[in-house]
Design a protein around this ligand. Structure first.
Ligand code: FE2
Length: 376
């Protein structure tokens, strides 16, 4: 055998010691799944595709599965106050419980992760109904968040065994949300490196980029961030921790309200951010606002872009550029009562980065919101 080829094969194997196909779904624990599902449908254009609850034989909880292109969200609520889901919501408010990863072998993934130091959340289990079977297992990550490994090669149903297709008379208009670009975790002071090492050691992720408080600080507040990514690059997890500043940082505000570490924002990719944001605004989604003066000088920083700057200004969409291209992004306000989880809408035109050039304008916008909440 050609030795060069062999070397190539070996290095590829070393590069990805933990194959993950992509994000399977994101599950939120919420106080009222029925009403949250309606919000995601009306505001973000998701279709409700599957349901599990008392009517399907599930006695302890209800779950609605929402889908738009490759994004699948699960909204789950408890039916009794003693249920762990109810306790999770009492402690954290509505928030992300599960970042589920799609793998070819959920048993092998679990065993490998645990062998490398992950704390098990639940052992591999096979669930089955007339639509097929899935195998799932789970490990803990930061806070009370878990990663479920989902193996679905023998499954053809609505979402998972136990769920039934959801039939709705109402078909929402999709707004062009395509896939999960990245999911950001906020962790306690001193926790960032621990969790970056966890993703490196346990899930074979690579460190992509580091931001320190010089990159991400305003007059008042600061944070540090490192981004890790899996072998095929489909999963990107930035991890933030607060840094010392004159006033309370947005990360500390999150940790106070969420009562610990958890998912801060989910970035969703679109192929046409102008159309997507126009639709989302019309549906009543609230976004952070940067001052109009942002647009006076932005092209000096990012150079030529294909979009009409007046349209970007009208919709308050931000622009940044790196060596490989540029990106357009915008951030919603928190989507539940506590100032915790929010969304980013992102369109990448070559850029693989995260919008470092917008951090200052963005964090000043967040501080204005904090000021209104009296938490700065
Ligand atoms: Fe982001």
């Amino acid at each position: 055998m050609n030795s060069d080829l062999l070397a190539q094969d070996t290095s590829n194997e070393i590069q990805d010691t933990f194959p993950i196909n992509g994000t399977d779904h994101i599950e939120f624990y919420v106080g009222n799944a029925k009403q949250s599902a309606m919000y995601y449908m009306a505001a973000f254009g998701y279709e409700i595709v599957a349901y599990q609850g008392p009517e399907t034989g599930e006695r302890t909880k209800v779950s609605y599965v929402l889908q738009q292109n490759k994004i699948r969200l699960v909204l789950t609520a408890a039916l009794s106050p003693d249920d762990p889901i109810a306790k999770h919501v009492a402690a954290h408010g509505d928030g992300v419980k599960v970042l589920a990863l799609w793998v070819d072998d959920a048993k092998e993934a679990f065993e490998k992760a645990v062998e490398r130091g992950a704390k098990p959340a639940f052992e591999p289990e096979t669930v089955e109904d007339s639509t097929g079977k899935i195998v799932r297992s789970a490990i803990h990550t930061y806070g009370e968040t878990i990663h479920t490994f989902v193996e679905r090669k023998d499954y053809n149903g609505a979402f998972m065994p136990g769920y039934e297709p959801f039939v709705s008379k109402r078909k929402p208009s999709p707004v062009g949300l395509q896939y999960v670009d990245h999911c950001v975790g906020n962790v306690e002071l001193g926790g960032m490196n621990k969790w970056v090492e966890f993703y490196q050691d346990v899930l074979g992720f690579k460190l992509l980029v580091t931001f320190d408080d010089k990159d991400i600080s305003t007059e008042y507040t600061a944070l540090m961030s490192k981004v890790v990514s899996n072998g095929n690059g489909y999963i990107k997890f930035p991890i933030n921790e607060p840094a010392a500043g004159l006033k309370k940082s947005q990360i500390e505000e999150y940790l106070d309200f969420y009562r610990g570490a958890g998912v801060q924002h989910i970035a969703i990719a679109t192929n046409n951010i102008i159309e997507t944001v126009d639709n989302l605004r019309a549906n009543g989604v609230d976004f952070l606002r940067v001052p109009d003066t942002y647009y006076d000088t932005v092209l000096e920083r990012v150079g030529g872009i294909q979009e009409d700057l007046a349209e970007l200004k009208r919709l308050n969409i931000l622009i940044d550029r790196d060596e490989e291209g540029y990106l357009l992004q915008i951030f919603t306000k928190p989507v539940q009562d506590r100032p915790t989880v929010f969304y980013e809408i992102i369109q990448r035109r070559g850029a693989k980065s995260f919008g470092k050039g917008n951090f200052k304008a963005l964090f000043e916008a967040i501080e204005r919101e904090q000021e209104l909440r009296g938490t700065l």
